[in-house]
Design a protein around this ligand. Sequence first.
Ligand SMILES: C[S@@+](CC[C@H](N)C(=O)[O-])C[C@H]1O[C@@H](n2cnc3c(N)ncnc32)[C@H](O)[C@@H]1O
Length: 330
Amino acid sequence: MKHLPLPRLDRHPDLRPYLLRYCRIREGEIWDDPVGLHRVGCIDAADARQVAALMGDERAALAIHDPPYNLVAFEQRAIEGYIAWCERWVAATRQALLPDSSLYVWLGADQTAGLQPLPDFMIMMRRTPFRPRSYITMRNQRGYGTQHNWMAVRQELLYYVVGEPTFNIEAEYTDIPKILRGYYKKDVNGKATENIERGKSEHIRAGNVWVDIQQVFYRLEENVSGCYAQKPLKSCERIIRASSGREDVVLDLFGHSGSTLIAAEQLGRRCYTSDIDPVYCEIMIRRIERLRATGRTGWQNSNPFEDECETDGELRQMLGMSAPDKLSSG
Ligand SMILES: C[S@@+](CC[C@H](N)C(=O)[O-])C[C@H]1O[C@@H](n2cnc3c(N)ncnc32)[C@H](O)[C@@H]1O
């Protein structure tokens, strides 16, 4: 087995020029899937014209966005500037969606900076046509702050809608067995029954706290080394199954490692996705090509540029100089 992880690319900007040589699309360009299903655009999510070009005549039934949490090009913006930027990509997203559609947004609350930007974003969303439907928390396995604070293990996911979109939660069960009895018995045909007897499954229904999803780390097949904010495929699959139908278009303007794209492919949906950075666009394209060629969802110990690492001495030398230090975080 190859052991060739890339370090986190956000911490090693020195690697970019070496990887850029191998990127198929540049700013403003769109990769059309040869199989005719997906699109990957190297575009700015806040530029409505570029988002419209990505969509063409199509409209999405579902958008899943995971924007940088107030860290754009490695510089922290004042919260007002960050929210004004969010308003622009939310407006561009609205234009890309069908009249009945769903928008999910992953966003954090920085406990060392007034808990921004989560509450500021929620308040801004009240000025848009989107209605909030739920506020989901996903639990990470790795956390920080155990010595001096409660361990921070949460990832927040906001769920908004316009119109009356699809919501198929009936089939959404976790892998967690039902081990507790319900508080209340209910009469069914004159017989007092436990919750467990009335439910359709031996497992717990998915609610708005997700504790059954494994955070991505280097031992998982789906790991894409070099990426630093990869969401688990299982979380993308849950959202896509609940809030879209087969062959709907799913939109993700902040694609990064391409988790939404891979989950959409596996569930028979089309995915239109983008990233402002050509390196992440190339990673997404390579990830879908690899899935189709090998059935694998990521690179585990290797990396999307593994072939070039073998043939390009300069790149190999660069990698030798940079100690691999990736541990995925949201
Ligand atoms: C938090 S990551 C998304 C992670 C993704 N959900 C995954 O599972 O891999 C955010 C991504 O947004 C990209 N990005 C930042 N600003 C952007 C913009 N204005 N338009 C499009 N993409 C942007 C970054 O390059 C980064 O790859």
